[in-house]
Design a protein. Structure first.
Ligand SMILES: *Cc1c(COP(=O)(O)O)cnc(C)c1O
Length: 395
């Protein structure tokens, strides 16, 4: 590479990634093949439109790329083209969610989503997000005692507010979602049920988490978290008389985006094929085992794990009220100084606010890609404990 300034930064980031313990729950390490697709000449091609219906000429090859990505996306989750449509063009998770609302909820209509502090994503209608300005969020949260989803409470909010669309699937929830209950609640108020499986899509692909497809009308997902692909997103929509796939396609183009990023779509296709292999199934199982080992050991060492544990790849530690007496920001800083990379996280009923919240979020997906097993995660838990304990101002 001739651009030495950027080359130096690329090398520095590569080195940084190799030298840290990465516990960021939304990150992962992609394969060389995914990187090769991302760095390919496919990035040079314009192709507004969809396979066979482009506004540009010379699209025969990229049509095949997009068709392959679509087919692999459906195959991976056991879906057929007759029953489900899939759009592989969203540039990332946030525009994917925005496109779904744009397609299916009238401007000013109600989107019911979990509030940010409880574990929802900004794009679930949070007021600071455009999704909360164009549409009106009906927020819901976790139960104060159990810190788990309380379906009776969710049902009450839904039937009182009658949202047009309900989002299930979160950014920091560590337990399995009962999609059937969400379906029943959506049916009670005639709402569209959208599952945002961004965090756990890789676990669904690997058979470690229930599939939402039997219950959802729409499934969105990022491709770069547990699914271990490039940064991108997919929108699945149920094929029936409502013509959801056509509405989604139109919301992406001409509604929201221009030309698809074919290098990214090719990289997604590569990752989807990787995720369909037996070795990925093993990977997904190990991700869950590792997160559990991390949570169990931290609990043994006296840390308060939000929701009382994990059934997925992620967990949240209450660093403030959980006995350590330090905020999420201070905890994350101390860990980073010791080479452990995490993200700060608000907790349900957080009293400290999003700028310096009460906890941190940890995940096992990235380090499991690097071959770590339960014993390694127990060692990581002990290291985290030592660092957080030294961060306690009272000792
Ligand atoms: C990560 C995430 C998104 C957004 O993805 P970006 O690619 O960062 O825009 C949306 N929803 C959920 C639940 C997520 O975890």
């Amino acid at each position: 590479m001739k651009d030495l300034q950027i080359k130096k930064l690329m090398d520095a980031e590569k080195k940084r990634q190799k030298s840290v313990i990465n516990l960021i729950a939304s990150e992962n390490y992609v394969s060389k093949d995914v990187l090769e697709a991302l760095g390919s000449e496919l990035t040079n091609k314009y192709g507004e439109g969809y396979p066979g219906k482009r506004y540009y000429r010379g699209c025969a090859v990229v049509d095949e790329v997009e068709r392959a990505a679509r087919k692999r996306a459906l195959d991976l989750f056991g879906l057929t083209e007759k029953e489900w449509g899939v759009n592989v063009q969203p540039l990332s998770g946030s525009p994917a969610n925005f496109a779904v609302y744009a397609a299916l909820v009238p401007i000013g209509g109600k989107v019911m989503g979990m509030s940010l502090d409880h574990g929802g994503h900004l794009t679930h209608g949070q007021p600071v997000s455009m999704t909360g300005k164009v549409w009106k969020q009906v927020p819901y949260g976790l139960d104060k005692e159990t810190e788990r989803l309380d379906y009776e409470h969710i049902k009450k909010i839904a039937t009182e507010n009658k949202p047009a669309l309900i989002v299930a699937g979160f950014t920091a929830y560590a337990h399995i979602i009962d999609f059937k209950k969400f379906r029943e609640i959506a049916d009670l108020c005639n709402a569209i049920l959208m599952v945002d499986m961004s965090h756990f899509a890789g676990l669904v692909a690997g058979g470690e988490y229930p599939s939402p497809f039997a219950y959802a009308d729409i499934v969105t997902t990022t491709t770069h978290k547990t699914l271990r692909g490039p940064r991108s997103a997919l929108i699945f929509s149920k094929e029936d008389e409502r013509k959801l796939p056509r509405k989604i396609d139109k919301a992406i183009l001409p509604g929201l985006q221009g030309g698809p990023h074919f290098n990214q779509i090719a990289a997604v296709a590569v990752a989807l094929k990787e995720a369909s292999t037996p070795s990925f199934k093993k990977y997904a199982a190990q991700v869950v085992k590792n997160a559990r080992a991390l949570a169990d050991e931290l609990q043994k060492l006296g840390h308060r794990i939000v929701e009382g544990g994990t059934e997925t790849h992620l967990l949240r530690i209450d660093t403030w009220l959980g006995g350590r007496g330090i905020g999420g920001r201070e905890a994350a800083d101390k860990l980073e100084a010791a080479g452990i990379i995490v993200s700060e996280s608000t907790l349900p009923f957080d009293t400290r606010g999003p700028v310096d919240p009460s906890g941190i979020r940890l995940g096992s997906a990235a380090e499991t890609t690097r071959g770590k097993k339960e014993k390694d995660f127990i060692a990581i838990a002990r290291k985290v404990d030592r660092i957080l304990r030294n961060g306690n101002r009272e000792h």
